[in-house]
Design a protein. Structure first.
Length: 230
């Protein structure tokens, strides 16, 4: 237990900060994923084929390639793209994207692809009579979406969004390659310093399991709250 104690002799405080960083990245990525989902879900459900094609391209490509590859493309490719634009304006120094921002956006893009499919399936599961009733009442689109459709969509989507959250939480371990110190990166540093990788990687697994367990408890309460009356 001395290895995970707080203070100069242990790694407890560093692992605690790393855990907070993991939570911060996961929550930020999930919120970014929701923004992508809100953008692409209407395109998936649109009657125009070109919009369907754009949304299907996004969800198919992002879900079809490894998550680590998406992070690499965004981290190294993003820096290259920004440097190329900067050179046009006469700036030739190296530009590196912030590791937290890179990790959150890249994982958010991945999360958004899965969330888009979850929202699409939830909306399509709503009884068509709900939509017809809104049209008969003459409700404007944004009113009936936020007042009638979205509450029902959330009730149906929450169980599957719990899976998306778990994927997002675990994918934060991949951004250790960008140098951001989260649970996996800090465990790697501690294991290298103490030459006790089994202990620190096992402890990292316990931290991820604890976060997952607490998250599921919270999501289950949300599900029960949204399912009242059904």
């Amino acid at each position: 237990m001395e290895l995970i104690s707080f203070g100069d002799n242990g790694w407890g405080d560093e692992l605690f900060v790393a855990t907070l960083m993991t939570i911060a990245v996961a929550i930020t990525a999930m919120l970014i994923g929701f923004l992508f989902a809100l953008l692409f879900t209407p395109l998936k459900l649109s009657k125009y084929k070109i919009l369907n094609l754009i949304a299907n391209f996004y969800t198919t490509v992002v879900r079809g390639v490894p998550e680590l590859l998406v992070i690499y493309l965004f981290f190294f490719g993003g820096s290259g793209a920004i440097m190329y634009v900067a050179q046009i304006f006469g700036y030739y120094d190296y530009i590196e994207i912030n590791a937290f921002l890179t990790g959150a956006i890249s994982i958010g893009i991945i999360s958004g692809a899965y969330s888009t499919e979850v929202f699409r399936g939830a909306i399509q599961s709503i009884d068509k009579g709900q939509f017809e009733a809104c049209h008969v009442l003459g409700l404007k689109k944004y009113i009936y979406f936020f007042k009638v459709i979205m509450p029902q969509m959330l009730r149906l989507a929450i169980p599957n969004l719990s899976n998306v959250w778990q994927i997002t939480l675990k994918d934060t371990s991949l951004i250790s390659v960008t140098g951001l110190v989260e649970i996996m990166r800090q465990s790697y540093i501690a294991a290298g310093s103490t030459r006790d990788p089994l202990f620190f990687y096992s402890f990292a697994a316990l931290l991820y399991l604890m976060l997952t367990y607490l998250s599921m408890k919270f999501i289950n309460r949300l599900e029960k709250n949204y399912s009242r009356g059904y």
